[in-house]
Design a protein around this ligand. Structure first.
Ligand SMILES: C[S@@+](CC[C@H](N)C(=O)[O-])C[C@H]1O[C@@H](n2cnc3c(N)ncnc32)[C@H](O)[C@@H]1O
Length: 211
């Protein structure tokens, strides 16, 4: 049988996600609109897909676990670093009031913008460039999702997260990370929980690995 969006919903449930809003967002977001044409056969398998430039999409169940850790209720202003082709951005856009997302590879950003527009996603502001220093002019954020790995959370992202806000990031050297959810406190970031071990591409830029 040809896999469908329901197969992704099942995979996300199997990963421990019970939030019906998040499951509905997965159901309502056709992943085939966010993968390269030659990868459409894999769109509804819970696997990462190569997108060029040495990058891959995040596995849908992993995106869902990261989003779940942010505890979004629908009113939040969210920052995402690492748009890729925009699938995770589209999920965030369904679950929050608005999303500022940054992608450093112009070709990926261009394709993500087109994908989001085709799916009618309007509450996303997509920027091209180095997002490792965040987007200070749109701060503070209620939640920040970093989609690429670095051993520490970049200091500007901590500053741009509002008090009580959550940030999730793969912590590690690139290739073997611990995805960790943090909360912003008056003194900085407090580690809340390990979301899952995972393997991510590197965060590159001024506050990440050298480009
Ligand atoms: C795992 S991939 C794509 C993740 C995407 N959110 C998804 O759901 O498929 C990580 C992305 O982060 C981007 N990236 C790495 N460093 C970045 C930076 N400093 N600023 C913005 N994007 C960055 C890469 O180009 C890549 O597209």
């Amino acid at each position: 049988m040809v896999p469908t969006g329901e197969d992704l919903v099942r995979a996300v449930r199997a990963a421990g996600i019970g939030d019906e809003r998040l499951l509905d967002a997965v159901r309502a977001t056709p992943r085939e609109g966010f993968v390269p044409p030659d990868a459409r056969a894999d769109a509804y398998h819970d696997v990462p897909v190569p997108i060029g430039h040495g990058q891959v999409t995040t596995q849908p169940s992993l995106s869902a676990m990261m989003i779940d850790s942010l505890g979004l209720g629908g009113t939040e202003h969210v920052l995402e670093i690492g748009t890729g082709l925009g699938f995770q951005t589209a999920l965030l856009a369904r679950l929050a009031a608005g999303v500022v997302t940054v992608e450093r590879v112009p070709d990926l950003a261009h394709r993500a913008r087109r994908n989001l527009a085709r799916q009618g996603v309007r509450n996303v502001e997509l920027r091209v460039g180095d997002g490792s220093g965040g987007v200070p002019e749109r701060a503070p954020y209620d939640a920040i999702l970093v989609s690429a790995a670095f051993p520490d959370v970049p200091a500007p992202l901590v500053e741009q997260l509002r008090l009580g806000g959550r940030l999730v990031q793969p912590i590690g050297p690139g290739g073997r990370e611990q995805v960790v959810c943090f909360a912003r406190t008056p003194t900085g970031l407090e580690r809340r929980r390990l979301v899952t071990p995972a393997s991510f591409v590197r965060l590159r830029g001024r506050y990440g690995f050298p480009t």
